[in-house]
Ligand binder design. Structure first.
Ligand SMILES: Cc1ncc(C[n+]2csc(CCOP(=O)(O)OP(=O)(O)O)c2C)c(N)n1
Ligand SMILES: [Mg+2]
Length: 346
């Protein structure tokens, strides 16, 4: 973990750095194994969705978070179903990290009535209140003010619940992000703004869009606690999130967590080589060496917390769970035609 409070991210954004196995000293081995399993599940489910996009089976736009699994899992480790959590267009990982069911995710992506949003939303409109996920929305930055309002409600309830908004670096270029940070700071709202800085908004690198590449600078400007971490290190993400959440629950104060990461697939769809029709850089090869899953698996192996055989068993279990969930989703019915407009606001 790096407390990067400078405008530049330095080694956090350099894919040749931080490629070694994670430092898991002092961590609970069982918790780490369960986090590894969740990350493997997220990747497997998203690889399956990628295949479904490639074959034309999934017909809604799908934005995959393959490569970013550690952020979702590290953040989710500190949340409860009573918290008010909001996602964005790239939220399969958030949905699954919070405990969402792969079956209801597949069914939603396939537009089936048993999907988490009744088959009416697709990949970008996920909803799972049982696990605290109150909605994901494709309009960039749209859930940031909604989460801020939910934090105000949580504060007025006088409890310890908090709100969380997941968003990307591109969302920090929307005015409403800055308005929300200001309001949360002035009113002292219990909210964690979680920015997954994958350095890109669609095909545009952050260096072409902003004078500096660090998002923590916006929190500093608004007097909000902040930490920047390697978003591909579940231990670092979890440690930082734990500290910020503790403060939000106890002191009812906002915080911003910046998790620096990288997506392996293009902005939307299954391809690795293209971002919305624009060829991607060679950088992906380097970022794959900072793979959040293999770095954790290697650390667990080095510490004798998880053998190669046990890892294979986890992968097999995840594979069969994923296959079974997809098979079930495929045979689920579509919503009836006469309900098509039920969820449309006009
Ligand atoms: C208000 C708005 N502007 C533009 C878009 C088109 N759009 C969808 S996702 C995206 C990129 C967002 O980048 P970022 O917030 O960094 O998230 P990432 O895709 O990197 O996860 C854009 C420009 C949109 N959906 N909403
Ligand atoms: Mg981004």
């Amino acid at each position: 973990m790096t407390d990067s409070l400078t405008p530049e991210l330095g080694c956090l954004a350099d894919p040749t750095q931080l490629t070694e196995p994670l430092n898991v000293e002092g961590c609970n081995p069982e918790l780490l194994v369960s986090q590894l399993k969740r990350m493997i599940l997220i990747r497997r489910v998203e690889e399956t969705i990628a295949d479904m996009v490639a074959t034309g089976e999934a017909r809604c736009p799908c934005h995959l978070a393959i490569g970013q699994e550690a952020t979702a899992v590290g953040v989710a480790a500190h949340l409860t179903p009573k918290d008010k959590i909001f996602g964005c267009h790239r939220s399969h990982s958030h949905y699954l990290a919070l405990g969402g069911d792969p079956y209801t995710l597949f069914a939603e992506v396939l537009g089936r009535v048993t999907g988490c949003a009744g088959g009416m939303g697709g990949s970008m409109h996920l909803y799972d209140p049982e696990h605290g996920l109150l909605g994901t929305v494709p309009i960039v930055a749209a859930t940031i003010p909604i989460a801020t309002g939910a934090a105000l409600a949580a504060k007025m309830d006088n409890g310890t619940d908090i709100a969380v908004a997941f968003f990307g670096d591109g969302a920090t270029e929307e005015g409403v992000f800055h308005e929300s940070l200001n309001l949360a700071s002035v009113l002292g709202l219990p909210i964690i703004f979680v920015c997954e800085n994958n350095l890109f908004s669609s095909h545009l690198h952050i260096s072409l869009r902003q004078p500096y590449n660090s998002i923590t600078r916006y929190a500093i400007a608004h007097g909000i606690s902040t930490q920047a971490v390697d978003g591909n290190d579940v231990v670092a993400v979890s440690k930082a999130m734990g500290e910020l959440v503790k403060q939000a629950r106890e002191s009812r104060k906002p915080a911003l967590l910046e998790a620096v990461t990288y997506r392996w697939r293009g902005h939307v769809g299954h391809r690795e080589d293209m971002d919305v029709g624009v060829k991607r850089s060679e950088e992906l090869v380097l970022w794959k060496q900072r793979d959040p899953i293999s770095r954790l698996a290697k650390a667990l192996d080095n510490q004798s917390f998880l053998s190669t055989e046990a890892l294979t068993t986890i992968r097999e279990e995840v594979d069969s769970l994923t296959t079974e969930a997809l098979e079930q989703a495929r045979i689920a019915p579509y919503p009836p035609d006469n309900q098509l407009l039920d969820c449309v606001y006009y």
